[in-house]
Design a protein. Structure first.
Length: 255
């Protein structure tokens, strides 16, 4: 058990991140969803949630406590950077496009997809948190440890990056999932969550993104056109480029 944390979370990153991509030359679509979702795509996130849920029962409950005690013998104070790092993959969904990467959807559709994913995730996660009421480790008095919200936020962002950029830019998806796995490790290191909370949170985040992707065709027919009319800036194509001589970053917007 003492060497369980890092292998599990590294394996989680490797299992959920893409390892191969097929290049495409078609332009990103703003009218139809180009990411199909199959029933098999839900096996991984549901399995992660199920594995994480075992931490609420014996003997895994005892194992996760032993693991937490060992981690805290190695931890040297709290490093709260995970409070901010959890949003890095989510920001990449929009920033990568500005820096020249071609996303599968235009800005409006990505905004709708991201918003729908976050709402879905919030409902699912908080519903479980305040139903299960799992106590947090350490000296925290709250009973909302399961699943990890920070890990879920990071992994839903990573999954959105994979869906939008993974085929043409696999390194973006791998990087986003690596950051998400790092956030999960830090939640355990900072003594805010059990390791099983992190595994379940990762599953919740990925599940929310894939459920929202499943709803995208309907959202593109209804919500996206409605948003483009009163908010034309959502259709803006923005790119940035750095000066080869340094010291200058140029932003270009096209309507």
């Amino acid at each position: 058990m003492k060497h369980f944390l890092v292998p599990v979370l590294v394996s989680l990153c490797l299992l959920t991140s893409p390892t191969a991509a097929t290049a495409q030359t078609s332009a990103p679509s703003d009218s139809t969803s180009s990411c199909s979702v199959r029933a098999a795509d839900f096996i991984l996130p549901v399995s992660l949630v199920a594995v994480g849920a075992t931490g609420c029962f014996e003997p895994v409950r005892t194992w996760k406590k032993d693991l937490r005690d060992w981690v805290q013998t190695k931890a040297d104070g709290e490093c709260p950077v995970d409070d901010y790092l959890q949003y890095a993959p989510l920001a990449t969904v929009f920033v990568a496009d500005w820096c020249g990467a071609d996303a599968k959807h235009d800005f409006t559709d990505r905004f709708v997809l991201t918003f729908t994913t976050f709402v879905t995730y919030t409902v699912l996660t908080n519903g479980v948190k305040y139903t299960v009421r799992e106590p947090r480790p350490g000296n925290h008095d709250s009973r909302n440890s399961f699943p990890s919200g920070h890990a879920g936020t990071a992994f839903l962002g990573a999954e959105l990056v994979r869906m939008e950029y993974g085929e043409d830019y696999p390194w973006l998806a791998v990087g986003a999932y690596t950051v998400a796995a790092g956030v999960g490790v830090m939640r355990v290191w900072n003594d805010w969550h059990w390791a099983t909370d992190v595994v379940a949170g990762a599953g919740m985040g990925i599940l929310s993104a894939r459920l929202s992707q499943l709803a995208m065709p309907a959202l593109q027919r209804t919500v996206s056109p409605w948003m483009r009319s009163p908010f034309p800036f959502l259709t803006t194509k923005t790119t940035c480029s750095a000066s080869p001589y340094g010291g200058m970053l140029t932003f270009t917007a096209e309507w």
